[in-house]
Design a protein around this ligand. Sequence first.
Ligand code: ADE
Length: 235
Amino acid sequence: MKKILIIMAMEAEAMPIIEKLGLKKLPINEKLHSCFPRYRGEYEGNDIIISLNGKSKEYGVDRIGTEYAALNTQSAIIEFFPDLIINAGTCGAFSADANIADIITTDQPAMYHDHRVPIEGFAEFARGHYPTIHRPEYFEGVDFKLGVVTTGSSLDMPQIDEEHIRNNKGMAKEMECASVAAAAQLHGIDFFPIKSVTDLIDVEVDNVEQFLENLNKASAKLGETLIQVLKNISN
Ligand code: ADE
């Protein structure tokens, strides 16, 4: 039996998957002062844990972004010692690479497009290059694209970020993957992302508008894909 930890930022994306998998909410672990909602259950012979970044007490919204993704992943690793970590979520993509609700994973290191420290050694460190694994058999029966997943702290794309994304051949632009990958690397745990496209980052329509309009469609595709991948992992 494999123990698989799935890190997700948005509750609305996660709940339909949690229900389909039949996972049960775990009590808060007082010893770890865990503030991340966690759900666990057996699915197709594997032990599945979905850990959410949780809601901001101050603003009432999901704690999206790099900081809480890293904290969530690190504390879940210490609590569960998983064999494999998956980061499931949504992303933006260039119109030449993908359509709305397409699935993107990677066979290349995860990196940041907005960590710029132009000092020898620190530049590469800041950009990341955190390991990922790609097992084609996990994606059998799934329509997906392979490309670089690139992480930053903003939904918009200023020109300097676009330059870095293009230089790094980024395909999926999102806000968690490199942070989850960094925590996985610290503990030597296999990791890969599954991202579904909510918005095209180089078209005229505002990407916030696109994101909100396409979130349900992209989330449904993300859920279907994640469940297929979990089935494939157990075969
Ligand atoms: N998640 C979904 N779309 C995104 C975008 N355009 N940038 C960052 N994160 C995203």
